[in-house]
Design a protein around this ligand. Structure first.
Ligand SMILES: *Cc1c(COP(=O)(O)O)cnc(C)c1O
Length: 823
């Protein structure tokens, strides 16, 4: 099969090579791999255009002059020729000239919207942005994946049956402009057979670049087909809307009329007009047609055929090249055997895609350690090496999201943390935000493909095998293995915890663990953040993060009024419509005595839920990462004096009366960002310290119950990995740094404690322990300390960028290796 293709294609390839330099002088040695964007125009077409324009006088149609008649006649001939190009019978189809694909889509949307009930809209996930935008004109809209389209064909309409006579428009691409995936033309017919009046809009813009489009079967053809000619021929800048005559009625409600589309217009005292009735295109082509563009289309079709043969030939050539590119990129391996490219397009020989795949390869590049290479970096280097490729979101939001596994909340998250189409920061939270796209056309050649594969290999393949990191086996200070015993986050400040399930890699950011203290409840009157110290019931407000559904579910575990809801959900995404006020200066809130700018939710039922539970008028507010000014906070933790003494024995030496160490901002150390936690990004405790504390409590009062580690509201609990290994209680006071898994953490100082540790996190009841015992055993300079603050400080062990460093995570069971402060 591959051999056959090679044989068939080399002749064709040689032909293209023979005329390419002459026909495309503008390339000047660079390599064009952006045919899904625009195809290049050959020189002989430009020559023909110039000749035709200078030899003939083409006037504005609609008049009787010879020049006008010449234009009209030529345009009508070309209209028929274009229909023939797509095997469409003029008795069954009409062709409307439009500026481009997008204009064709808008014309359809505009007409359907004007109908008595408007229209409902369903669009396929792989749709181009220009199709997605139609949803804003529809009464109801829905984005469908293959599975939902399949269900629909089986009679299960995705938009329900309660919309009366309102028509449904279903839009999809014949070929995805993102990854070349093709979708069946037969969908149109299958959906028409359904109960409801359903029209199909086929976006053929990407398909027709390099493949024939066959509309010879009007029964199965889409009702509306849109395309852009510049993508096939390079020139003219013109598009078409091809309408199946049976569906013409759907466009009739269009209200606007312009010059050329009416037979008579009455103004002044009466307002009346008569639309042209004979041909649909007469009613839809407003104003003067792009005469010269339409006329050059004739030449464009001639020249294209002379150079490249039929569209069938072009399809064979481009799919041969595309397979070569696919396999070339796929086979690139780093020295350690890891693949260089992650491909999102399918191999067009893969058995599950009988339609084949368009000559479009979407991919991303990784280094040998699995870290993603920035798209902008690839694009810049490619530009320097004179490759024309496209990177980023490529105007295909749904396709990108499904290829990269981005959930809507992540996309909105990326947006609110500053990501925009075309910005440089394109790897966020360890995921790329777009793709690299190389697309081939009729004038592409084997050497284009090979040069590009060689380029990727030359710049992105790490030849030498990189050292594999192994877990260290350290035994500092006679200690044995330590490990992460549990991980907790507190999505809503002062409320219950969410325990990270074992086996889950949880993201660590400079501000702390992902989703920790991102929300808070603020008092409606004072703007003060509410705290468990004043409102112990907050311990019973239990959040649960559901990434699948993209929501934060909040359940109240305490007593609740008869008809009140026990649970509410809010989206994880920072959809701006959820928040209050469009005023630029939303009111300040106060957290730990600090003025901050948080966004408050404008969801009455959510705010009522919390207000009813706590008996205080309050609102939910969010303080997302990445803010500026009052929307940022900084860590206040610092080393405490008792930590500077030698590692504590049984009874810590109480130091003299030093003033407390100055905060970070005074010492000139780079200050660390935090969200709504009190003092620092991450709080850690060790189980041996909790055990020691419990022993002391029991010693003082044998009847007392054991306190749970949960009262300390730590993020990370560290414990020896085997029961019989020793870890001195309060050893954490003497740590200067930690390595957890492959990541480094800096210790920022001991954590000051207040009465809040006396609230049982299960029941919200208050007692006097452990604070009483802590005051006796862990007080230094009048302040009680338990646990340590820390912050992520980067990955360790290797100098180069690893997958781990690009996306730092922590999981239960990770090995913990402390570094000890040397005196
Ligand atoms: C290029 C393209 C469009 C948009 O075409 P315009 O000419 O910019 O209007 C729409 N859909 C697909 C699949 C495309 O490839």
């Amino acid at each position: 099969m591959a051999g056959l293709n090679t044989r068939v294609d080399t002749g064709y390839n040689a032909r293209v090579e023979s005329f390419r330099d002459e026909e495309y002088p503008m390339l000047d040695g660079s390599i064009y791999l952006d045919h899904a964007g625009t195809t290049l125009y050959p020189k002989s077409l430009m020559d023909r255009f110039a000749k035709e324009m200078t030899a003939n006088l083409f006037g504005n149609p609609h008049s009787a002059s010879a020049s006008s008649q010449l234009s009209t006649a030529r345009i009508e001939d070309i209209r028929l020729r274009v229909l023939r190009f797509f095997s469409a019978d003029p008795a069954e189809f009409d062709l409307v000239f439009v500026a481009n694909t997008t204009a064709g889509i808008k014309l359809v949307a505009d007409a359907l919207r004007a109908g008595p009930d408007g229209f409902d809209y369903a669009y396929h996930q792989a749709s181009h942005t220009s199709l997605v935008g139609v949803r804003e004109e529809a009464r109801n809209s829905l984005c469908l994946d293959d599975r939902l389209v399949d269900q629909w064909q089986k009679g299960d309409s995705p938009l329900g049956d309660d919309s009366g006579d309102r028509p449904i428009l279903f839009a999809y691409p014949a070929q995805s402009n993102m990854d070349g995936h093709r979708y069946p033309l037969r969908w149109a017919e299958e959906l028409r057979r359904g109960r409801k009046k359903t029209f199909t809009l086929l976006d053929a813009a990407a398909l027709v670049c390099s493949s024939p489009l066959d509309l010879s079967q009007p029964e199965t053809a889409p009702d509306f087909t849109v395309l852009s000619f510049y993508k096939i021929f390079g020139f003219p800048d013109l598009g078409a809307l091809i309408v199946r005559r049976e569906a013409e009625e759907a466009l009739r409600p269009r209200r606007y009329f312009g010059g050329g589309t009416v037979d008579m217009v009455v103004c002044l005292k009466e307002q009346w007009h008569a639309a042209k009735t004979q041909f649909l295109h007469e009613r839809l082509e407003d104003g003067t047609l792009p005469i010269h563009s339409i006329i050059v289309l004739d030449a464009a079709m001639d020249v294209h055929e002379q150079l490249f043969g039929s569209m069938r030939d072009v399809a064979a050539h481009t799919s041969f090249l595309s397979r070569r590119l696919y396999r070339g990129l796929k086979s690139l391996r780093h020295g350690n055997g890891e693949p260089v490219c992650v491909l999102y397009s399918q191999d067009s020989d893969s058995t599950d895609n009988r339609l084949g795949t368009g000559p479009v390869i979407a991919f991303n590049v990784r280094n040998s350690l699995g870290a993603w290479v920035s798209l902008t970096e690839v694009e810049k280097l490619a530009a320097l090496k004179r490759f024309h490729i496209r990177t980023g979101g490529v105007c295909n939001p749904g396709g990108i999201a499904s290829a990269l596994g981005l959930e809507p909340w992540e996309m909105m998250q990326n947006f609110s943390s500053g990501f925009r189409c075309g910005t440089e920061n394109d790897i966020i939270a360890g995921k790329p935000t777009g793709v690299i796209r190389a697309s081939l056309g009729a004038m592409s050649t084997i050497s284009d493909v090979d040069s590009f594969v060689n380029f990727v290999a030359e710049f992105y393949r790490d030849a030498a095998p990189t050292p594999i990191l192994t877990n260290p086996v350290p035994l500092p200070h006679g200690q044995s293995w330590l490990q992460v015993h549990s991980i907790s986050i507190y999505p809503i400040k002062s409320c219950g915890r969410f325990e990270v399930p074992s086996g889950v890699d949880w993201e660590v950011r400079p501000e702390g663990l992902a989703w920790d203290r991102e929300w808070c409840l603020v008092h409606q009157g004072t703007g003060q953040a509410l705290s468990q110290k004043r409102h112990p019931k907050m311990a019973l407000i239990r959040p649960f993060i559901d990434f699948k559904k993209g929501e934060l579910r909040i359940r109240y575990a305490g007593h609740i009024a008869a008809h009140a809801p026990r649970q509410i959900t809010i989206p994880l995404s920072k959809n701006p419509s959820l928040f209050r006020s469009a005023t630029p200066l939303s009111r300040s809130s106060r957290v730990c005595g600090e003025d901050i700018q948080a966004q408050t939710y404008a969801l009455p039922e959510v705010n009522k839920f919390f207000s009813d539970i706590l008996g205080v008028p309050c609102v939910l507010a969010r303080f997302p990462p990445g803010g500026q000014g009052k929307s940022t906070r900084h860590s206040k933790a610092h080393l405490q004096k008792h930590q500077l003494s030698p590692p504590p024995t049984t009874k810590p030496a109480l130091p003299g009366s030093f003033p407390p160490s100055p905060p970070d901002s005074d010492t000139g150390r780079a200050s660390r960002r935090i969200l709504l936690s009190n003092e620092s990004p991450i709080l850690a405790i060790t189980l041996p310290s909790v055990d020691a504390l419990n022993k002391q409590i029991k010693l003082a009062k044998p009847t007392s119950t054991e306190i749970s580690p949960a009262v300390f509201r730590a993020n990370i609990i560290i414990a020896p990995s085997v029961v019989d290994t020793r870890l001195l209680p309060y050893a954490e006071d003497s740590w200067s740094a930690l390595r957890i898994g492959q990541h480094g953490y800096e210790m920022l100082g001991a954590c000051r404690r207040c009465h809040m540790v006396c609230i049982n996190q299960e029941t919200a009841e208050k007692s006097e322990e452990p604070f009483v015992t802590l005051s006796k055993t862990r007080r230094f300079d009048g302040t009680v300390f338990f646990g340590v603050h820390m912050a992520y400080s980067g990955s360790q062990g290797v100098g180069s960028l690893t997958r781990e460093r690009q996306f730092a995570t922590v999981r239960v069971g990770d090995v913990v290796v402390p570094e000890w402060r040397v005196e």
